[in-house]
Design a protein around this ligand. Sequence first.
Ligand SMILES: Nc1nc2c(ncn2[C@@H]2O[C@H](COP(=O)(O)OP(=O)(O)OP(=O)(O)O)[C@@H](O)[C@H]2O)c(=O)[nH]1
Length: 349
Amino acid sequence: MVTRGLIISIPWLALVNITFALLVLLRNWLFSDIDRLYEVGTARAATIDLLMLTVIVLFSLSLLLVWRKKRGLSLLLLLAGLIWSFCSVWFIAHLQLPFAWPLCTTLLMTSLAALYFYPVGLVCYALPLWIAMPVASVMLNQGVSLRFLVVWLIFTGILVYGRFILLRWFDEAWLRHQQNQALIARLDALAHQDPLTGTANRRAMEAVLENAVEQDKGFALIMLDVDQFKRYNDFYGHQAGDECLAAVALALKKVVRSPDDVVSRYGGEEFLLILFDATEKVAERVAARIQESLRAAAIPHAASTVSDSVTVSMGIASMTVGQTASEVIAQADAALYRAKNAGRNRWSC
Ligand SMILES: Nc1nc2c(ncn2[C@@H]2O[C@H](COP(=O)(O)OP(=O)(O)OP(=O)(O)O)[C@@H](O)[C@H]2O)c(=O)[nH]1
């Protein structure tokens, strides 16, 4: 989150700092020979120019660091903060430039807005500048000015309170973001999951299959139908029928390789299993495991003529090159039909 925040706000902080550094660099052109007016010597002017060029380089580097997600940003911010504080003291105490105070306060406010969520960086950049203001005042007034002290304390209060407000907005935005993520996850589950069994619904299953065909990913299918489920419903009631389907789904989920393979509810009391990178032989082994899993679940089915507990019939098909998803499904469906006709509680390929 902090990294994302820095990617957004560092370009703005860099823009402000580079612009201010350029203003100082171009001072003689912008403010008609200001160096001569304030009697800035050649050596001092060269020092200022060099420091401003350093600020430009530091903020250009900070952009690179943030975009490439590298460490060391706080060190660059500290160096920039120290340069600005040195220049501010010199502008205020020695040159008595009127625009030095607004320069300081603007830089401080800008750093607050850009770095309020990154305390280390904020302290590195803002602390030297914040200290430079009273130092410059003491040097300028040759002593402590009570009026300046009051203004400085008020300004400090504004900065601290401002950070507190910004952090509260940040928390609010983060909370909304988390709520939205939870909502998206819920909507996604509603759109792709069968609410009764918690398996993938038909739409999700079809999307997975089409994707697999597009990417030439091999798979085998097991189309599965609960035996004599109408009798189950008639005997135990519809509510118990629903619970039975959920229990069958649980038994199916236990036998597949999660999360690669997909268990989906094809409709009514029919399920479709997608087994990736599986041959018909592998699918037959899974079918045997399904029978075992259901035997272990032992869901009573007193009305069945096949067994005392719930059983399933299964049709197996595997994808061959050039086949569409619906062709493989039709093949598995035909195999299921054969398993039903052969007496149920079995599989057919
Ligand atoms: N409780 C419940 N029953 C369902 C649901 N979906 C479908 N059914 C019932 O499943 C039964 C399926 O019946 P049939 O298609 O005749 O199949 P069957 O009784 O299983 O017979 P065979 O498949 O030939 O063994 C119907 O009675 C449907 O009402 C469901 O979500 N809940």
